[in-house]
Structure formats: C-alpha cells, structure tokens
Design a protein around this ligand. Structure first.
Ligand code: ZN
Length: 246
C-alpha cells in the first residue's frame, strides 16, 4: 500500500473465455479483466492479474508478497492448481492477506483448504432471477447497497452450503425456483480475512453490474491487511521472575 492504494491481484483460471464463444462474447478479455475494471474505476486499487497458464499460476512469492487482497475465480480447472501454490496462498492469508473467492471458487482448492469442509452446494443453470438480500446493512461490505439487489439471470446456488458457520453472513439469496443460499459470508483465518460471494456465473454479465462491482470494491477494502506477520510458535521466557515449585 505504498501509494495509499490497495494492491489487488485478480486470479482467474481463464478457461471458459478461451473455449466457449458464449463466454467470450460476454467476457472477451476474461472474467479477471472485468473484475479488475470495476476495481480500477473506483480508484482505490492497483490491480494485477494472474491466470492458471502463467508460470507458478502467476502467484510467485514476489507477487503474493506485494498482494494485499487476492480475488479467485475458478471452475473447471481446480484440479490443475498446484498444491504448492495453494500452500503458498494459504500461508499468506494466515499472515494477513485478504482472500475473496467468487462463485464456482466455492470448490477451489484454496477455499476448501481455508475452510476445511467440502463446500458443496446445490446448483441449477436455467437463467432464473436472483434476489440478493442485504442482511447486514451496517457492515462495510454492504456500504451503498440497498435492501436487496436483483439479478435478472443467474445460476442458482442453493443450501445446504457445506461451510463452517461463518463469522458473518452478509447476504442471503432467494431464487425464482424457490431455494435460498448464504451468498455472502465472511471468515477469518490467522490474521487474514476471507469473503465468499456467490454471484458471477460465466454466461451472465454479472461482473459489469454496478452494485456487484460496489460489493467487490467494498470487500477488497474490508479484506485488506491490518497487520502482516508470520505465524510462529515460539517457546518464550516468562515476563515475571517465577520461583520454580518442585
Ligand atoms: Zn457457474
């Protein structure tokens, strides 16, 4: 944060956009660029991009060291993400880096690693309506968001979502088909903050929506490190002079 801005890295597996004409039309430069565009417009962030095909998936020690908040979008290629990179990202989150996992990243290695549960859910892809209820209007992530947001077309993600009980449930979604879902949830691991946000299927232009972009900017500010410190397990001397009792 040397220039007062938050350094964000947006990671995307970048697969659908290169293999599906439908997705290419909506996100010609990749989902990561659409997410980054929303962050750059707001003005508080420096944005770096990383994709699966890059050496070390674009997440070298150097890149992660300079990243305050990491966004993660993945779907088909979770299994191709190297475990050593997941280890590296996990360590950085524990040391204070923010992590924002989006949509199908519920099944990413890093999200499951951080949460320790299967993160499974119900899903259906028929382009139904979603109403995202803001149930924490005082939380920084919902700043400027009204009582709810409506997306005309979405992929349904329904309960039960197999996650640990969140520190906070920020959004609950209702779908036209009847299901509900904890669509915005926060966790803390080590010194790091984690936000999961479910909207963002690749065949709908959700990352161009101004309210969705506002939420992602709010979340990046909320998740930015407050301290960054290695986690250690030291044996320490007592502060007081303690008489040993035998
Ligand atoms: Zn999807």
């Amino acid at each position: 944060m040397t220039d007062g801005k938050i350094n964000v890295t947006v990671w995307n597996e970048f697969w659908h956009e290169q293999t599906s004409d439908t997705v290419k039309k909506i996100y010609p430069d990749g989902i990561h660029k659409a997410i980054g565009e929303g962050l750059l417009q707001e003005g508080s962030f420096n944005v770096n991009y990383a994709t699966l095909d890059m050496p070390e998936h674009g997440l070298t020690e150097e890149v992660l060291k300079q990243t305050d908040v990491l966004f993660w979008w993945g779907h088909c290629k979770h299994g191709d993400v190297k475990d050593e990179i997941v280890d590296r990202v996990q360590k950085r989150v524990q040391e204070g880096m923010g992590l924002i996992c989006l949509h199908s990243a519920h099944f990413s290695k890093i999200f499951r690693r951080m949460l320790g549960t299967t993160c499974s859910l119900k899903w259906r892809e028929i382009g139904e309506r979603e109403r995202i209820w803001n149930i924490e209007p005082a939380h920084p992530i919902t700043s400027g968001i009204g009582e709810y947001i409506e997306l005309p077309h979405c992929e349904m993600y329904g309960e039960r979502f197999d996650i640990p009980t969140p520190d906070k449930t920020i959004f609950i979604s209702w779908y036209e088909g009847g299901e509900v879902f904890r669509s915005g949830v926060t966790f803390e691991r080590g010194y790091g903050r984690i936000f999961y946000f479910s909207p963002g299927h690749e065949t709908f232009p959700i990352y161009y929506d101004e309210k969705i972009r506002r939420i992602l900017c709010n979340a990046a500010k909320w998740a930015a490190p407050r301290i960054q410190r290695e986690i250690s397990c030291p044996c320490v001397e007592p502060l007081e002079n303690i008489q040993k009792k035998n």
